[in-house]
Design a protein around this ligand. Structure first.
Ligand code: PMP
Length: 402
């Protein structure tokens, strides 16, 4: 898998002086195949989609719709269940505003968890504030995993939605989705999965899971920014209203009413992110051609295991996350030191050209829950090497042994 590094200009750029990039949970680097697909689109295919009668517009439409097809096959959905968004954040807001806001009534309950990213918290807080929906959190255990027993006790006939991350971006814990879905369905609750940290890292197929809504971001899986995917199952499309209104989503308009197109077009008003969709499709092709998910899991978790082992030698370091799970199947290691502020560690590592993330990782309720302001987070992907983690460990040893 490692010979793919040559495909990533960012990783071998002289200007960047061999950067060691460990901020993949935030965003991934792009192979030149993706970069070229985007620039080729603008150079040779640029035209509006779904509208023009001329052949260039039809070509652009074909490329754009082929991208939807590629995405649908990648996650095991039907083409018409794929809606292009700006990213995970927009996908979740979409469902909050276009489904939950219209279908839930005061007193109905939504369950999320203490592991969520702000994108899967704030839209539900607003519903709670404005529509009197009750918001409940699945707590976490001392080992930073979801408290599954507590979850089963939160569920009831009032639960209308369980909106859950498949993997915590802040501490790396991986959700047992089978368990979450199985128990939600006993109460006929709908399930939304924030798959931002799982798609492109682990084998994932919607056909094996009874999920109603799923959101992820293209930029985290080798694709461009400003493109994401929202899956809305065929059944749920009957209940989800168009998110935005305007050109491209309507069949017929009169002075005082209109008739929307069928899904997915009714959910995509305005000129879409055509080049980005094509770039995402190329990223997915790249992943399909180059990633063996079993190998990737072994590779990423081996990097986690090594880093956890080395960090565990220091008394002042605490790993935030389920160490065994991360060492067997994770891609994120989050840690704190009682001696150094996370920002100081990240700033220090920057001198060695090592990019890690420091802060609360858009998960403030989680950090408040554990009584810590933030952490240092190293997150791995397909192109990271053991030698890179060794360099990180050496740099940290130098700092900690001073
Ligand atoms: N959820 C999770 C679990 C994430 O990791 C992120 C990005 N850090 C988001 C949601 C938000 O994704 P985006 O900013 O691409 O919309």
């Amino acid at each position: 898998m490692l010979n793919i590094r040559k495909d990533f200009p960012y990783l071998k750029s002289k200007e960047l002086d061999s950067i060691i990039y460990f901020d993949n949970a935030s965003t991934s680097q792009k192979p030149y195949q993706v970069i070229e697909a985007i620039s080729n689109y603008y150079a040779y295919h640029n035209a509006p989609v779904h509208r023009g009668i001329y052949s260039k517009s039809e070509q652009a439409t074909t490329l754009y719709e082929e991208s939807r097809e590629t995405v649908s096959k990648f996650i095991g959905a039907d083409k018409d269940e794929i809606i292009f968004t700006k990213g995970t954040t927009e996908g979740i807001n979409f469902i909050a505003q276009s489904w939950a806001s219209y279908n839930l009534k005061p007193g109905d309950e939504i369950i999320i968890s203490k592991l969520e990213h702000h994108s899967n918290i704030l839209p539900w807080i607003r519903l709670m504030q404005e529509k009197d929906i009750v918001l409940k959190y699945i707590p976490i255990t001392n080992n930073f995993e979801l408290d599954y027993k507590a979850y089963t006790k939160l569920l009831s006939n009032k639960t209308k939605l369980v909106s859950i991350t498949s993997c915590s971006n802040a501490v790396g814990s991986i959700t047992d989705l089978d368990f979450i879905i199985k128990h939600a369905k006993v109460y006929n609750a709908k399930v939304l999965v924030d798959a931002a940290q799982t798609i492109g890292h682990r084998d994932f197929n919607l056909k094996n899971l009874n999920i109603d809504f799923l959101a992820f971001s293209g930029h985290k899986i080798l694709g461009p920014t400003a493109i994401g995917v929202l899956y809305i199952s065929k059944d749920m499309q009957k209940e989800v209203r168009p998110y935005q209104l305007g050109g491209g989503m309507v069949l017929d308009v009169n002075d005082y009413d209109f008739i929307s197109l069928n899904p997915p077009n009714c959910y995509q008003a305005g000129t879409p992110a055509i080049a980005q969709a094509i770039g995402l499709s190329q990223a997915i092709k790249y992943i399909s051609d180059n990633i063996d998910y079993d190998l990737l899991k072994k590779h990423e978790s081996a990097l986690c295991a090594y880093l956890i082992q080395e960090l565990s030698k220091f008394d002042h370091i605490k790993i935030l996350g389920p160490k065994d799970q991360l060492s067997n199947s994770g891609h994120i290691v989050s840690f704190v030191s009682t001696l150094y502020h996370p920002h100081d560690i990240a700033f220090y590592l920057d001198q060695f050209n090592i990019a890690v993330r420091a802060g609360n990782h858009c998960a403030q309720p989680l950090f408040k829950n554990i009584g810590i302001n933030g952490s240092v987070r190293a997150s791995f992907y397909i192109y990271n090497t053991f030698e890179e983690v060794e360099t990180l460990v050496k740099a940290l040893n130098k700092l900690f042994r001073k």
